[in-house]
Design a protein around this ligand. Structure first.
Ligand code: CA2
Length: 150
C-alpha cells in the first residue's frame, strides 16, 4: 500500500486546548482521524507524526524521501516562518510536499506572512481549518494518479 506522511510541527500537540477562534475546537487526534479516513478513501496509508523539534521533523522528511511514500503533507507550524533547514529538507526531497496551515497565515500578524516552505512546496493551503489536511491528501492522491475507491 502506498504511504503518505503527515508531519506536524511545534505546539500542534496542543490543538483544541486554546485559541479556538483561530484554530477551531478539533484536537490533533481529530486531525489524525480525518487524515486516516481521507487517505483510506484512496487506499493510502498514513504516517502521522508531530514534533516540537526541528531536527526530528527534518529526519522525518528525509525518511519519507528514502521510502516509497507518495508525498508529504507538512504543517511546519511556527518553523514555517523561520526555518531555512526545513526549507532545505523540503527542497532536497524528491516527493511532492503540500504545505498546510489551519489558519489563514496571510490574515494574521505580519511575521506569519512569510513561509520558508512555500517556495519549495508543490502547493500550499491555508485557512480551511483542519479540512485543509483532507484537501491536501486529496491533492496528493490526484498527483499520484490514485482514484477514490468506490
Ligand atoms: O495555522 C496553522 O496551522 C499554523 O501553522 C499553526 C502554528 C502557527 O505558528 C502558524 O503560524 C500557523 C501554531 C500551532 C500551535 O497551535 C496551537 C493551537 C492551540 C493551542 C496552542 C497551540
Amino acid at each position: 500500500m502506498t504511504t503518505i506522511y503527515v508531519l506536524n510541527g511545534p505546539n500542534l500537540n496542543l490543538l483544541g486546548t486554546r485559541e479556538p477562534e483561530i484554530y477551531g475546537h478539533a484536537s490533533l487526534a481529530d486531525v489524525e482521524k480525518l487524515c486516516r479516513a481521507t487517505a483510506e478513501r484512496f487506499g493510502l496509508t498514513v504516517e502521522f507524526r508531530q514534533s516540537n523539534h526541528e531536527g526530528e521533523i527534518i529526519d522525518w522528511i528525509h525518511e519519507a524521501g528514502r521510502g516509497n511514500a507518495a508525498g508529504i503533507v507538512l504543517n511546519a507550524a511556527g518553523y514555517t516562518h523561520t526555518s531555512i533547514a526545513i526549507h532545505d529538507a523540503v527542497a532536497a526531497v524528491r516527493l511532492p510536499v503540500i504545505e498546510v496551515h489551519i489558519s489563514n497565515i496571510f490574515a494574521r500578524e505580519s511575521f506569519r506572512r512569510r513561509s520558508t516552505v512555500a517556495s519549495v512546496a508543490k502547493a500550499s493551503l491555508c485557512g480551511f481549518g483542519i479540512d485543509g489536511y483532507a484537501l491536501a491528501i486529496t491533492g496528493l492522491a490526484a498527483l499520484a494518479g490514485v482514484a477514490a475507491k468506490s
